[in-house]
Design a protein around this ligand. Structure first.
Ligand SMILES: NC(=O)c1ccc[n+]([C@@H]2O[C@H](COP(=O)([O-])OP(=O)(O)OC[C@H]3O[C@@H](n4cnc5c(N)ncnc54)[C@H](OP(=O)(O)O)[C@@H]3O)[C@@H](O)[C@H]2O)c1
Length: 280
């Protein structure tokens, strides 16, 4: 765990000017050129696409996940890439990676926590061991990441930030999403609270809520996925919306806006609409 000294916010830290009701909720990121960005979950899928896009935009990237060979391949496409393998469920491996990155760069301007997994589950096939395993990666794994990322973000100073990838599956309870949806709903709430704590200190906190994106994770799905996006497009939107200072990057809008509407409906209508739309 990081030490109390590392965790402590500077006692006399000036409070940043808080955003008003309109305008960007986060400090805008003035381009990625030369910025130090740590992508956790970068070996394939959305994280790898984000890392590729960051490299093409001139960022320095630190690439983390378990599959080192894939990280090495990606790192070979940049002269400014670090490879820091880790397992998000293993706090010691995260701490080692954070130390390595800290030694190379000092601080980190943006940490993107993308790592996650998916297991379909319904009440009828409820499996406690599988549920706990999923939460260990999708929820506890993210907390492990935040624990080691915050000191690096603080070392970079105000204007730096943390982005957490959740999912639209966290907006409302969906069929086959018994535990995955719960893990992502927890991340949404966690990220909102994190924003409330860190934004007054001048740090950025970003929530990323993808709809369906074409990756190894969704290639297992046997149903037709509405508004499926290529991973490269998801990466571009994520980075553009973070750069614009949005709190939440969600996409594609033609899909996510409908789900947002569903989220605010009274339960009587919401639960009926979910049944109708999903046919389950
Ligand atoms: N694809 C979608 O439609 C979609 C929609 C909404 C939200 N999301 C979310 O977006 C994120 C990425 O999804 P994806 O579709 O790109 O998934 P993916 O194709 O399965 O990629 C998952 C990434 O996470 C890493 N990872 C998984 N477990 C890990 C662990 N224990 N420690 C370290 N890294 C780990 C994987 O690397 P290693 O195997 O090398 O460790 C890989 O880089 C996830 O959080 C997912 O829930 C995806």
């Amino acid at each position: 765990m990081s030490t109390a000294v590392e965790r402590a916010a500077p006692a006399a830290a000036p409070r940043a000017t808080l955003p008003g009701l309109f305008g960007p909720l986060n400090p805008p990121f003035a381009g990625y050129q030369g910025r130090r960005v740590w992508v956790i979950g970068a070996s394939y899928g959305i994280g790898a696409a984000i890392a590729r896009e960051l490299i093409s935009r001139g960022a320095k990237v630190a690439l983390s996940a378990r599959k080192r060979d894939l990280l090495d391949e990606l790192a070979a496409t940049s002269t400014h890439a670090l490879v820091a393998p880790l397992d998000v469920t293993d706090h010691a491996s995260l701490q080692k990676a954070a130390e390595q990155i800290g030694q190379h760069w000092g601080g980190v301007d943006l940490v993107l926590i993308v790592a996650g997994t998916h297991t379909e589950m319904r009440a009828q096939d409820f499996n406690l061991a599988a549920a706990r395993k999923l939460l260990e990666v999708n929820l506890h794994g993210v907390l492990n990441c935040v624990d080691v990322a915050m000191p690096l973000m603080r070392r970079a100073g105000p204007g730096a930030g943390i982005a957490i990838v959740s999912s639209v599956a966290g907006y409302v309870g969906l069929p086959r999403s018994l535990i995955y949806g719960a893990s992502k709903a927890a991340l949404i709430n966690f990220t909102e609270s994190l924003y409330g704590d860190l934004r007054p200190e001048g740090y950025g906190v970003y929530l990323v809520s993808p709809g369906f994106v074409d990756t190894p994770l969704t290639q297992k799905n046997e149903f037709k996925m509405p508004a499926l996006l290529p991973a490269a497009e998801a990466a571009r939107i994520t980075l553009d919306e973070i750069a614009a200072g949005c709190f939440e990057s969600h996409y594609p809008k033609r899909f996510t806006l409908g789900l947002k509407l569903l989220r605010i409906l009274p339960h009587r209508f919401q639960l009926w609409a979910v049944r109708k739309i999903t046919g389950q």
